[in-house]
Design a protein around this ligand. Structure first.
Ligand SMILES: O=C(O)CCC(=O)C(=O)O
Ligand SMILES: [Fe+2]
Length: 231
């Protein structure tokens, strides 16, 4: 199936192949909410999503990194795909960084087989839901991969950890493996729609200056449905 975005045909089968191999894909659209959402919904229809939760994210500078994370870890099964659309880019910084969880999981298991026993419970300030995930999971789509969020107060590492692994060293080693598994530092252009396989990739956002306007699309988000995708 092809969609026409800004008079350029986008082959959605190619996008899905890209996603499977790289863990992410880029669609170019016009830099407005209507066009980005139309492209995002067409992608959702192509992969069989039933709905998408759409939220505009607008911020004026941030001196902090958004910590590395798998989206929606407070759910028992983190959603498969999300996408970020760019309405307007920051003045400086603000790149979205994607790390390949498949590469990080294999590297960690090789250097530290005990990582296979690590489990972390995740909650958030926004919802009462909470879920526990193994650090390393095996999925039919991706084989071994990582589910992770950098150390936050809403993380609780499950006891007991293997005797040889302290909580601090666990986080340090996972962060180092992720740094090695960096797949892309995506610097934004207005009109970019970056589609991410959330079960393959971990993401983060750089600090930035200036105003940054994005749209976040979460496919089949159990907590939020704003656009029902027609069959
Ligand atoms: O703004 C970004 O680049 C990422 C945002 C994000 O990861 C989130 O809202 O969960
Ligand atoms: Fe996120």
């Amino acid at each position: 199936m092809e969609i026409i975005v800004q008079s350029v045909a986008v082959d959605l089968d190619e996008i899905v192949l890209d996603l499977n191999v790289r863990g992410y894909a880029l669609i170019r659209s016009e830099a407005n909410q209507h066009a980005l959402t139309e492209a995002a919904v067409r992608f959702g229809a192509h992969v069989g999503a039933a709905w998408v939760g759409v939220r505009v994210l607008e911020a004026h500078g941030s001196q902090e990194w958004l910590p590395r994370h798998t989206e929606q870890l407070d759910d028992p099964e983190p959603l498969r795909y999300f996408a970020l659309g760019c309405l307007s880019a920051s003045t400086s910084g603000g790149a979205t960084c994607l790390y390949d969880g498949r590469i990080a999981a294999r590297a960690l298991l090789k250097s530290r087989p005990e990582m296979a026993q690590v489990r972390i419970a995740y909650s958030t300030a926004w919802r009462p839901t909470s879920s526990t995930h193994p650090l390393i999971v095996e999925t039919p789509e991706h084989g071994l991969t990582l589910r992770f969020r950098s150390a936050l107060e809403t993380n609780a590492v499950c006891e007991p950890l293997p005797a040889s692994l302290s909580e601090a060293s666990m986080y340090t080693e996972v962060e180092a493996a992720l740094s090695e598994a960096i797949a892309v530092v995506h610097r934004w252009r207005p009109g970019d729609l970056l589609v991410v396989d959330n079960r393959a990739m971990i993401h983060a956002r750089e600090p930035f200056t200036g105003s940054r306007r994005m749209i976040r699309y979460r496919y089949d988000d159990p907590h939020f449905r704003t656009v029902i995708i027609a069959r």
